[in-house]
Design a protein around this ligand. Structure first.
Ligand code: C2E
Ligand code: CA
Ligand code: CA
Length: 387
C-alpha cells in the first residue's frame, strides 16, 4: 500500500519525469531538463508535499513521509550506476537526518562511506593481528576505601591511527556483527588476566566485562562464559557482566533468560549507564540483577541540593530497597565522592580513583596503594614492629 501510495504521490507531483519503482519502498525519479540545484530542490519539495498529503483509510487519516537523495549529472556521476549509488548515499544521509528530509549528494558522503568501509575491513583483520588490548579501571568500596574490582575496557591499537577508543569502533562492530568475535576475545582476555592474577600478593580481583546487546540476545553468552571459566580455571565469582538497558529491552524475556543462566553460574550482572535511555525504576524491579551503575552524566553534576544530586539519591535509595549494589561512574572530584558516601553508595569508579590502565600497571598501582595503606592505616600500628 505504501509503495502504491508513493508511486501515486510521486506521479501526481511529476509531469514529464520518469519514475521507476526499484523496490517496495524505493523509487527513482529521473528528471531531465533540470538546470540548477534550485530546480532539483523544488522538484523534491513537490514530491514531498504530494506524498505527505494525509490519506484517508477506513475512516482514519494517515500520513507518510519520504526521504530524498539527489545526485546530479554529470557532477555527481557520469554513468548510471555511479549516479544511482550516489543518490542512494544521499538518500541514506537524508534518512539518518530524520523524517521528510532531502539531501544533495556531496563528496563528503562518499568519503564517510569510504572511511567506514576501510574501518570495517581493518576491524576484521585487527583480531588476527592482535591489535586489541584491555585496560582495567579500579572500583573503590566507599566503606573500606579498598579496591573491590576492576572494569575491563577494550582499546584498539591501530597501526596507523594509534589508540582508538571503543566509542569509535564498537557501534560499527555491533552493526556489522563483528562484535561477536570481538566480545568473545574480550571475555577470554579477561579470563586470562584472572588466571594469571596472583591473589596471594595482590589480593582478590573481580573483573567486570561489558557485553553488547547482540551478545545478550543471541543466547549463547552464558555457554561461552561457562566454557571460558572452565578452560581457564577461573572462579566465576571473580567475573561480572555489564549490560545496558538497550540490550535488555529489545527482547526482555530472552535477555533475562541469558542473565539468569549467567547468575546461576555464579557470575554477577550489573546494569550499566543507569539513568540514560529508558531507565525506569520499574525496570530495576523487573530485572534480576546484582548491581546498578549510575551513569557519569548524573554523577558529574551531583552535589548537595542539585537536581542531578537528587536523581542520584533516588537511584541509590531505590537500589538499596531492592537490595542491589550501587556503583557511581565517572567520579572525578573528592566532593562527588563525599556526597556519594553520604548517600550510601557502595562503590565509586572514575578518574578520582584511577584511569583505566594495562594489567601490569594495575599490579604496580595496587602494590603502591597497599604500601601506602600500610604506612597510613592506624590499624596497622598494632602490628609488632620487631618482626
Ligand atoms: P562504559 O561502560 O560506561 O565505560 C566507562 C567509560 O567512562 C570508559 O570509557 C572510561 O574510560 C570512562 N571513564 C571512566 N572514569 C571516568 C571519569 O572519571 N571521567 C570521564 N569523563 N570518563 C571516565 P571508554 O573506555 O572509552 O569506553 C566507552 C564505552 O565503550 C564503555 O562505556 C562501554 O559502553 C564501551 N566498551 C568499552 N569496552 C567494551 C567492550 O569490551 N565491549 C563492549 N561491548 N563495549 C565496550
Ligand atoms: Ca561499563
Ligand atoms: Ca557505564
Amino acid at each position: 500500500r505504501n509503495a502504491g501510495r508513493l508511486a501515486i504521490g510521486t506521479l501526481a507531483a511529476l509531469a514529464s519525469e520518469t519514475v521507476a519503482a526499484f523496490s517496495r519502498n524505493l523509487h527513482v525519479v529521473l528528471a531531465d531538463g533540470i538546470s540548477s540545484v534550485a530546480d532539483a530542490v523544488q522538484l523534491a519539495e513537490r514530491i514531498k508535499t504530494a506524498i505527505g498529503a494525509p490519506l484517508a483509510l477506513n475512516g482514519r487519516s494517515f500520513t507518510t513521509g519520504v526521504s530524498i537523495g539527489i545526485a546530479r549529472f554529470p557532477e555527481d556521476g557520469r554513468d548510471t550506476s555511479t549516479l544511482l549509488k550516489n543518490a542512494d548515499m544521499a538518500m541514506y544521509a537524508a534518512k539518518a537526518g530524520g523524517r521528510n528530509i532531502m539531501r544533495l549528494f556531496t563528496s563528503d558522503m562518499a568519503h564517510a562511506v569510504e572511511r567506514r568501509l576501510d574501518m570495517e575491513l581493518a576491524l576484521r583483520h585487527a583480531l588476527e593481528r592482535n591489535e586489541f588490548t584491555l585496560v582495567y579501571q579500579p572500583k573503590l568500596a566507599l566503606a573500606t576505601g579498598r579496591m573491590c574490582g576492576v572494569e575491563a575496557l577494550v582499546r584498539w591499537n591501530h597501526p596507523e591511527q594509534g589508540v582508538i577508543p571503543p566509542g569509535d569502533f564498537i557501534p560499527l562492530a555491533e552493526e556489522t556483527g563483528f562484535i561477536e568475535p570481538l566480545g568473545k576475545w574480550v571475555l577470554e582476555e579477561a579470563c586470562r588476566a584472572l588466571a594469571s592474577w596472583d591473589a596471594d600478593s595482590l589480593g582478590p580481583l573481580t573483573i567486570a566485562v561489558n557485553v553488547a546487546a547482540a551478545q545478550v540476545n543471541r543466547g549463547d553468552l552464558a555457554a561461552v562464559v561457562d566454557r571460558l571459566v572452565r578452560q581457564y580455571h577461573v572462579d566465576p565469582g571473580c567475573l561480572e557482566i555489564e549490560v545496558t538497558e538497550t540490550a535488555v529491552i529489545a527482547d526482555h524475556a530472552r535477555a533475562q533468560a541469558t542473565l539468569n543462566r549467567l547468575r546461576s553460574l555464579g557470575i554477577a550482572v550489573a546494569l550499566d549507564d543507569f539513568g540514560t535511555g529508558y531507565s525506569s525504576l520499574i525496570y530495576l524491579r523487573r530485572l534480576d540483577i546484582d548491581t546498578v551503575k549510575i551513569d557519569r552524566s548524573f554523577v558529574q553534576q551531583a552535589c548537595e541540593g542539585s537536581r542531578d544530586g537528587e536523581i542520584v539519591q533516588m537511584i541509590v535509595q531505590a537500589a538499596r530497597t531492592l537490595k542491589l549494589m550501587v556503583v557511581a561512574e565517572g567520579v572525578e572530584t573528592a566532593e562527588q565522592a563525599t556526597f556519594l558516601r553520604k548517600l550510601g553508595c557502595d562503590m565509586i569508579q572514575g578518574y578520582l580513583v584511577a584511569r583505566p590502565m594495562p594489567l601490569e600497571q594495575l599490579k604496580v598501582w595496587l602494590l603502591d596503594r597497599q604500601r601506602s595503606e600500610r604506612r597510613h592505616s592506624p590499624r596497622l600500628t598494632l602490628v609488632p614492629v620487631d618482626r
